[in-house]
Design a protein around this ligand. Structure first.
Ligand code: HPA
Length: 250
């Protein structure tokens, strides 16, 4: 069964016919919300709203460990995540949907591993390629089927938030090689790897990052909001195709 982790603008998935909801408890506390089980087309899926259904949980307060643990607990085999981001690279303007292939983590103070505590031996995971390639390709194939353009890679920089960045911070991220900036990619991506859950993300650009393009002097929050609504219709089409493409292929 596939899972979708929805971010800002995707607290529910209109195409999901919900059959039941389940509150899953974990040794790490409670996930952001009850899990919604149902079908998208033919595909059985489970949906999780990263910020809660009412969008009340800030990026640094999300219990990422509980979220990923709960998904594994209910038998999820693959995760499609959706996240809104700012665009740093010139050609990643608002409305771009990217399937990143790299990330840089700038977050701090988040509970970012399962491998800690007295009963857990220190364990290092390989994270050279942070996203699962076949899951990325499933999203890219879904976009092709849906007739939607996606950027076939890019480096996602994960900032702590919840405030947006300064122009200088974005210059630093650009110098580091970041193409996109968001707040929720880590530790979510690493925890999925720790649990050996194939994971990829669709990053939806809703604004030029601070200091770039029309965000030269300020980021317009209302423009972000309307871009998010426009883009999510396309994201949902891609998800429907990706979920059902893989179901058809077995
Ligand atoms: N920065 C960080 N996170 C974001 C942005 C941004 O500009 N836009 C949407 N999420």
């Amino acid at each position: 069964m596939d899972a979708i982790i929805g971010g800002s603008g995707l607290a529910r998935l209109a195409e999901l016919v919900v059959e039941r909801r389940e509150v899953v408890r974990t040794p790490f506390g409670d996930p952001s919300c009850a899990l919604s089980f149902g079908r998208v087309g033919q595909a059985p899926i489970v949906f999780l709203a990263r910020h809660g259904y009412g969008h009340t949980i800030a990026p640094h307060q999300i219990n990422y460990r509980a979220n990923l643990w709960a998904l594994r607990e209910v038998g999820v085999k693959r995760i499609f995540a959706v996240a809104s981001v700012g665009g740093i690279r010139e050609d990643f303007g608002p409305g771009t949907i990217a399937v990143p292939d790299q990330l840089i983590d700038y977050t701090y103070g988040r509970k970012s591993t399962y491998f800690e505590g007295p009963d857990n031996p220190v364990t290092h995971i390989d994270f050279t390629r942070p996203y699962d390639e076949s899951t990325r390709q499933a999203l890219i194939a879904g976009a092709r089927t849906a007739g939607e353009a996606v950027a076939l890679g890019g480096t996602y920089g994960c900032m702590q938030g919840p405030r947006l960045e300064t122009a200088a911070e974005i210059r630093r991220l650009a110098n580091d090689g970041c193409d996109l900036v968001g707040m929720t990619g880590m530790p979510e991506t690493a925890l999925a790897r720790e649990l050996e859950l194939p994971y990829a993300v669709m990053a939806v650009v809703v604004n030029h990052a601070a200091g770039r393009g029309d965000s030269r002097d300020a980021i317009s929050l209302s423009a972000m909001e309307s871009e998010l609504n426009d883009a999510m219709a396309r994201v949902r089409r891609i998800l429907v195709a990706a979920l059902n493409g893989s179901a058809a292929a077995g």
